[in-house]
Design a protein. Structure first.
Lengths: 314, 121, 202
């Protein structure tokens, strides 16, 4: 009675069981595999596993099995490193986007008088685990991203931008590289808000961000520093390079009319730039020099670029 | 006259294991050493008929003992009993003049075979 | 001295069991990898759980850690941590039979870890008439901070752990790694019972 039950047990398990001989021929499999591979016993028993599952990475698989035979050890293959080994259907084809069953496989040696004669492969369906873990990772990544960006403009937020500057500053110091900073502020933004309303102002902020983004290189770090103030970190850039970038930003914004409710809004920016020098001991020093240059640009009539002094006057 | 035996191993348990495995005629006059230095001190001053030698030991290891015996022309049969059983290690040990290489944990049959072939049984 | 300290005889016995297991495991490994494995005398020490992290951190220049649980009869269980220093991944890939287009470094490390852990512990278990089962190995992290977090979390339910540290150095293939077996308090007393039984035989 109990013997019968045990004999039937492998066919009731929700785990695949596959037994191979040392030449990789299939000696036995259970119902779980029969169903999920959608092949009958007749097609499979006695055949090479590479014929039945041509998707197997042959060299790797043979080496894996040779370790089981030679070392008499069990070994594993998990979904996190290899989503699946066998192309099997799974039980959640509708509610997950997985084509094949995600698997945890265990390879067990079966010894006959001290020698490994057979290998048992256990195949667990972990599509569920994989699905939820993937979603969790995605959510965590999105969360990490949203911690870094400004919701309105999608530029880096001030906190993340300052962290970037801190690390670029120490990198430039360590490797004696150039580093330039561009700070810019939209001219008469308060007036613009009063004229077009906050939604108009928001549209200007969003479009300005887009315009600036297109002018930057990979590796430049662009953030929204405050209300209508933006800042760009330019690694490996000396003064003329930074000045070119700033001038290009200024001109492009000046010539770019922003359409809002059938009207064109024209905006300009004032820009201050600073290049890192030996007097800058902290990253804040270079910000304050660029800031002073920015206010000089404002006070000299706006829509222009000003270069910071080497040392800020205290 | 009984056979004079020296067992050199840093592990107390391992020394006892060897001692217990020895046939009666070899277990009457046994000295113990817990590293290669102690073993060499004894071998330089006394006549020993057979040495059971571990390899991985502090101060002077088994290979060091074999080398010293060779350099100082102290001739006696040495049976190495080692946890390191890689073929390369066996070759090194035998090249240095050891008469037998026994794996840990030691098999009684193998020990007796070697003792027999060297005339101790 | 606390209740879990090993006596000199117990320590000696455990050390010898580990030496023998390590010797045989290295032999199997050397044959499988077709190379020579250098053996260093393994170190055994008892660490308080709150100091475990410091003690690992001190040993470690590791860049990645793989963890694998093991459990046998008589309540002998623990967690093996395989700690790798930066290694040459293309040699390792070759060693484990990976094709050039499927270089998954994480998977290789996990493969290798599983081989190291199970070869060693199987021999260790057979010496004490036991048999081990293993959980699937997991890459804890390739980042030390997360490893610290993991270990700190793990430590909460242990007061003491036995730390067995084994270094593998493999010629021909450039990888060095340390295996640290962390054995919780309860399992230590189970191991001590087994050791005492062996000692009583002598």
């Amino acid at each position: 009675m109990l013997d019968n039950l045990f004999a039937d047990l492998p066919n009731r398990l929700n785990t695949g069981i596959l037994i191979l001989d040392k030449n990789f021929n299939i000696l036995m499999w259970n119902r779980f595999l029969e169903v999920h591979a959608n092949k009958s016993d007749k097609q499979v028993i006695g055949k090479s596993i590479f014929t039945i599952f041509p998707e197997l990475p042959r060299k790797w698989f043979e080496r894996k099995l040779s370790s089981v035979i030679q070392l008499k050890n069990q070994t594993f293959c998990g979904w996190e490193q290899r989503h699946h080994l066998f192309e099997l259907s799974h039980s959640r084809p509708i509610t997950t986007d997985s084509d094949f069953m995600a698997q945890n496989c265990t390879f067990l040696p079966i010894e006959v008088e001290g020698e490994v004669e057979r290998i048992c492969i256990l195949i667990e369906d972990v599509t569920d685990v994989c699905h939820y873990q993937t979603q969790l990772n995605k959510a965590l990544n999105e969360l990490a991203l949203s911690n870094r960006i400004d919701g309105l403009t999608q530029a880096f937020n001030r906190k993340h931008w300052e962290e970037c500057l801190a690390s670029e500053f120490s990198r430039a110091t360590r490797y004696k590289q150039e580093l330039a900073l561009v700070m810019l502020d939209l001219d008469q933004f308060k007036l613009l808000n009063d004229t077009y309303g906050h939604q108009g102002g928001d549209k200007v902020l969003i479009e300005t961000t887009e315009v600036i983004n297109e002018l930057l290189r990979m590796g430049d770090l662009f953030g929204r520093y405050g209300g209508e103030e933006f800042a760009v970190i330019l690694p490996n850039t000396e003064l003329t390079g930074a000045y070119d970038v700033a001038e290009r930003i200024r001109k492009t914004i000046e010539n770019n009319a922003i359409e809002y409710q059938g009207k064109n809004i024209n905006v300009t920016v004032s820009i201050g730039i600073a290049v890192m020098n030996e007097y800058d001991t902290r990253y804040e020093d270079i910000i304050s020099r660029a800031d002073i240059a920015l206010y000089k640009a404002k006070n000299s009539g706006r829509n222009q670029v000003c270069v910071a002094k080497e040392r800020s006057v205290s | 006259m009984s056979t004079r035996v020296l067992i050199c191993d840093d592990s107390n348990l391992a020394r006892k294991q060897v001692l217990r495995s020895l046939p009666e005629n070899l277990s009457t006059d046994v000295q113990l050493a817990k590293d290669g230095q102690e073993a060499l001190d004894i071998l330089r001053n006394q006549h020993i008929d057979i040495l059971f030698l571990d390899l991985t030991m502090p101060i002077i290891d088994g290979l060091g003992v074999l080398q010293a015996l060779k350099d100082e022309e102290i001739n006696l049969p040495v049976f190495v009993i080692s946890a390191d059983v890689q073929p390369e290690m066996q070759n090194r040990v035998l090249a240095l003049g050891a008469k037998a290489f026994l794996r840990k944990p030691m098999q009684l049959d193998t020990l007796n075979e070697h003792l027999k072939s060297h005339g101790f049984l | 001295m606390n209740a879990f300290d090993l006596t000199e005889d117990q320590h000696d016995c455990l050390q010898e069991l580990i030496n023998v297991a390590m010797g045989q495991a290295s032999d199997q490994l050397a044959r499988y990898l077709d190379t020579f494995v250098y053996l260093k005398v393994p170190s055994i020490e008892q660490v308080r759980s709150e100091l475990l992290f410091d003690s690992l951190n001190h040993d470690l220049k590791a860049t990645s850690i793989v963890s694998q649980g093991f459990f046998g009869y008589e309540g002998i269980r623990g967690e093996a941590l395989l700690m790798y220093q930066p290694l040459d991944s293309s040699r390792l890939a070759d060693l484990l039979g990976y094709e050039a287009d499927e270089l998954s470094f994480d998977e290789q490390m996990i493969d290798l870890s599983s081989i190291l852990t199970t070869t060693f512990l199987n021999v260790f278990a057979s010496q004490i008439d036991n048999q081990m089962s293993y959980s699937a190995p997991r890459l804890l992290s390739t980042n030390l901070n997360t490893i610290n977090q993991h270990i700190q979390q793990q430590s909460f339910n242990w007061d003491y752990a036995l730390k067995v540290r084994i270094s593998y150095q493999v010629t021909d293939y450039s990888f060095n790694c340390d295996m640290v077996l962390l054995i919780p308090e309860e399992a230590i007393s189970n191991i001590k019972a087994v050791i005492d039984r062996i000692l009583a035989d002598f």
